[in-house]
Ligand binder design. Structure first.
Ligand code: SAH
Ligand code: SF4
Ligand code: F3S
Length: 474
């Protein structure tokens, strides 16, 4: 399947002339096909849409079949060792395509490209081009260099780049939900984390360009945007000029919510040290800002949180949870947890378990600690928890979370949820699926009076640990 990808609208009126020219250029298909595969967080998937847009302007079509591609890009993640291993295995599979088509360009983008830089070219002979997350505007040049027979690398990080003016080409889109990047990089130095090294300094994107992108999405039929950043609560943008206007995350949420009450607004990720009551009040004030917060705890023990350099302790985190419960009645909360961080004792692990008992999270992503080269933890602390202990602790919290996910789902039975229909359910085209305000997946029978992209009220009749099941009511 091949589809011609042309950015069909621009955010910024003043750039319309330029955009029309680009559109005309894009229409001049260069006859080459781009295949792009993404790993890691939503940020990476969103970046791939920027990459597709930059190359669409140069006449590249995207394809979902790598065997017919002229350029294969793999947008990579370094967060844990197994994420990198997955990418290396996948690259091996592209070797066959390269043998068949020696003109094929293979590129590594994203966090692993940034972490390994030109070393990648030595380690993986198949790779022609290595490009870090802030260098995507240079891609057309870099491809030209490869066409001229060279290998090409650009891993420069930037303090300014936000790709604010680029209208992402929506890849694999259902035309209903979209990611919108609001900031890049991260200035926190969580000791376990590679992101500050792979994505550079934190910088926020101009709020007007964010609102314009969201409005454009709404006009094109999209009904849900997820605002993305590693730490959205520290979003901050000041205009230059005589009268300086500063927009914080609470302001930005309101600006996006006001585009239209039928546009749902979600966001990820919040940081416990930065999430303010103002943000919580904004969520409560607007029905279309979803009652769902992803608030990674990492550990429930204050000594471990200190070693992790998370800059909050157990009491602070509990205080934020209490504030959410107080200000936003009926707010779903999810989290990230790491088990077996350096020197974690059984008793300290138990405090993570007791945090789960306290919050009763709706959902959690749980990981074993994986030491990442170059991070503060790798330099300062021994990765001294045996693999079996990490695994045992992980298994324990996964089981615990199953219980609480089920508990939260069961609590919805008998209630009516407002659901944005996303499409057919995975299992059957007799059912639709969509998400509730609290981000739960809801399944209900297909009907004549509603279709994907619309909202319906669903009476919840039963649940599994991950899904609510019900029927549409008036
Ligand atoms: N910016 C987000 C997280 C981005 S990474 C935040 O601050 O919460 C997503 C998750 O991966 C983290 O929350 C953490 O739980 C996990 N993670 C990051 N580095 C890890 C490592 N070295 N080992 C195991 N899990 C890790
Ligand atoms: Fe990594 Fe911490 Fe930044 Fe999240 S806030 S990306 S965990 S350094
Ligand atoms: Fe992975 Fe980079 Fe995201 S390391 S989690 S793709 S910011």
């Amino acid at each position: 399947m091949m589809d011609l990808l042309i950015p069909d609208k621009t955010h910024d009126e003043s750039r319309q002339g330029e955009a029309l020219m680009l559109k005309a250029e894009a229409a001049k298909n260069n006859g080459r096909k781009l295949y792009i595969e993404s790993y890691g967080c939503a940020m990476n998937f969103s970046d791939s849409e920027i990459v597709a847009s930059i190359l669409a302007e140069r006449g590249f079509e995207t394809t979902s079949d790598y065997s017919v591609a002229d350029v294969i890009f793999i947008n990579t993640c370094s967060i844990r060792e197994n994420a990198e291993q997955r990418v290396r295995n996948r690259l091996k599979e592209f070797t066959v395509a390269k043998v068949k088509n020696p003109g094929l360009v293979v590129g590594v983008l994203g966090c692993m490209a940034e972490r390994l830089k030109s070393k990648f070219l030595e380690e993986e002979k198949l790779v022609d081009v290595v490009v870090g997350p802030d260098a995507y505007r240079d891609l057309p040049n870099l491809i030209d260099q490869v066409d001229d027979g060279q290998k090409a690398v650009n891993v420069l990080l930037s303090r300014e780049e936000t790709y604010a003016d680029i209208s992402p080409v929506r890849l694999n889109s259902n035309g209903i939900n979209a990611f919108v990047s609001i900031m890049r990089g991260c200035d926190n130095m969580c000791s376990f984390c590679v992101v500050p090294f792979t994505r550079g300094r934190e910088r926020s994107r101009d709020p007007l360009s964010i609102v314009a992108e969201c409005r454009d999405l709404f006009d094109r039929g999209y009904r849900e945007v997820t605002l993305l950043g590693q730490n959205v609560d520290s979003y901050k943008y000041s205009t230059t000029g005589e009268e300086v206007i500063t927009t914080n995350f609470a302001n930005l949420l309101e600006m996006v919510a006001l585009i239209n009450p039928d546009l749902r607004v979600r966001f990820s990720t919040s940081h416990p040290k930065d999430i303010t009551d103002d943000v919580l009040y904004a969520i409560n004030k607007y029905d279309n800002i979803c009652n769902y917060i992803h608030l990674p705890v990492q550990s429930g023990n204050s000594r471990i949180l200190d070693l992790m350099n998370r800059t909050y302790d157990r009491e602070w985190y509990i205080n934020r949870i209490d504030a959410i419960r107080r200000i936003i009645p009926d707010c779903a909360i999810s989290t990230d947890v790491i088990t077996g961080f350096c020197s974690e004792t059984d008793d300290e692990h138990k405090e993570t378990v007791s945090m789960m008992d306290y919050v009763k999270y709706d959902f959690a992503y749980m990981f074993k600690y994986s030491e990442r080269p170059g991070t503060l933890a790798a330099k300062r602390y021994a990765d001294d928890i045996p693999e079996e202990v990490k695994q045992k602790r992980l298994t324990e919290i996964v089981a615990k979370q199953q219980e609480y996910s089920f508990y939260r789902m069961q609590a919805r039975i008998g209630r009516v949820e407002r659901v944005l229909i996303e499409g057919f359910s995975k299992k059957s085209d007799k059912d639709y699926c969509g998400r509730s305000d609290q981000n739960a997946m809801v399944i209900f029978p297909v009907g004549e009076n509603y279709k994907p992209g619309q909202y319906v009220n669903v009476l919840i009749e039963r649940s599994t640990t991950a899904t609510l099941i019900g029927k549409v009511v008036e």
